[in-house]
Design a protein around this ligand. Structure first.
Ligand SMILES: Cc1cc2nc3c(=O)[nH]c(=O)nc-3n(C[C@H](O)[C@H](O)[C@H](O)COP(=O)(O)O)c2cc1C
Length: 370
């Protein structure tokens, strides 16, 4: 049997061995924005698995852009050194490509980790001034952000560029800009969070301006042969918010600027959101964007089973599936999927003898009574 999920995909100069990406997952365990031994273990376990690509967690371009004080950053030499150590380690022993997600949390910064409530930092907890397109808090009790001035816009754009230069020195294969989940770039896109009256607010064209400018600036310094994509929320899941049709327009603009893929997620902008959760609940958005904007897409959200993932790729709904929680639960997810779909996958040399095909004939990973 030939598996579409386990067929390679080429984006610019990078060929992924298959269509499975480990989706970005914040770990809230950095110090001063720097990665540590936890990240060696966390990303290392995925790097020796069989996904074609492992994405880092949201990695922030400035201290103020971090969601929490424990988020990863790439704004200092220390951050760069610490992340390079992790990526070198993954490279030495792993078999996957490695991607970085660059982010700025905007008005959702200065918060506790989700495990510690996820609430905004209180007045005694060293909160910081957050930035956003307009001075509108995320929800009741949240920080009122400063509406970004022209100087702020230029500064944040420069921070994205500086972090990209650091990513290049570290040696990442692929870069993704985080414009989803209610963080800064998404805040510019949505009419709910962007009420500006200048060239960066109002019409769809104006609301897209800053995210597109950031993309262009990053594309200029990220090498021609390396893929650059964007994670978007296809919809705010709120009446009057950003829609999937808007996402198609954005994706079309991004494609014209040299964007190689759109990673289609959803929500996160407004606490009033109503998300109809269920298996593959966002796949239809990836499919629409792929069809209407003519750009490769990633599907994400409750993709948990091998045959489900195979159907998404084989049916042309998305080019790549990004998997988060199921990967955390089972970092060998892709090895098992390959077994189920009868596909070949790369292994670390040291683990060559683990593959069930080399076990005694009577041994199997699958219980025949099941
Ligand atoms: C612990 C955790 C951390 C996450 N951190 C990020 C992140 O840093 N960046 C991001 O874009 N999405 C993040 N997400 C969202 C996931 O990448 C993914 O889109 C979401 O969990 C849905 O996929 P799943 O059903 O396979 O888990 C996170 C999800 C989880 C569970």
């Amino acid at each position: 049997m030939t598996s579409a999920l386990f067929s390679p995909i080429t984006l610019r100069g990078l060929t992924l061995a298959n269509r499975i990406a480990v989706s970005s997952m914040c770990q809230y365990n950095a110090q001063g924005g720097s990665a540590n031994d936890w990240h060696l273990m966390h990303l290392g376990q995925f790097a020796m698995g069989a996904a074609g690509l492992v994405m880092t967690e949201a990695t922030h371009v400035s201290p103020e852009g971090r969601i929490t004080p424990k988020c990863l950053g790439l704004y200092s030499d220390d951050n760069e050194r610490a992340l390079k150590r992790v990526i070198d380690f993954c490279r030495q022993y792993g078999v996957t490509a490695l991607g970085l997600q660059l982010a700025h949390a905007g008005r959702k910064a200065s918060a506790h980790t989700p495990l510690d409530s996820g609430a905004p930092l209180g007045p005694e907890e060293d909160p910081w001034l957050t930035l956003a397109p307009s001075s509108l808090p995320y929800g009741p009790g949240w920080h009122a952000p400063r509406a970004m001035t022209e100087v702020d816009l230029a500064e944040v754009k420069a921070q994205f560029v500086a972090a990209t230069e650091r990513a290049l020195r570290i040696g990442f294969d692929l870069l993704e800009l985080h414009a989803a989940h209610g963080y800064l770039l998404h805040e510019f896109l949505s009419p709910i969070s962007n009420r500006r009256e200048d060239a960066y607010g109002g019409s769809l064209e104006n609301r897209m301006r800053f995210p597109l400018e950031v993309f262009e600036a990053v594309r200029r310094v990220w090498p021609e042969d390396k893929p650059l994509g964007v994670r978007v929320s296809a919809t705010d899941y709120v009446e009057g918010g950003w829609t999937v049709d808007d996402t198609v327009v954005l994706a079309t603009e991004l494609r014209a600027l040299g964007c190689d893929f759109v990673d289609v997620s959803g929500g996160g902008l407004d606490p009033r959101q109503q998300i109809p959760l269920g298996p593959g609940y966002q796949v239809r958005f990836a499919e629409q964007v792929r069809r209407e904007a003519g750009i490769p897409t990633w599907a994400v959200g409750m993709i948990t089973r091998a045959r489900q993932a195979e159907t998404i790729v084989a049916g042309g709904q998305a080019d790549v599936v990004a998997i988060a929680r199921a990967m955390m639960f089972d970092p060998r997810w892709a090895w098992r999927a390959a077994l189920e779909l009868g596909a070949e996958t790369p292994h670390s040399r040291m683990y060559a003898r683990c593959h069930p095909s080399s076990w005694p004939a009577a041994s199997t990973m699958v219980d025949s009574a099941a």
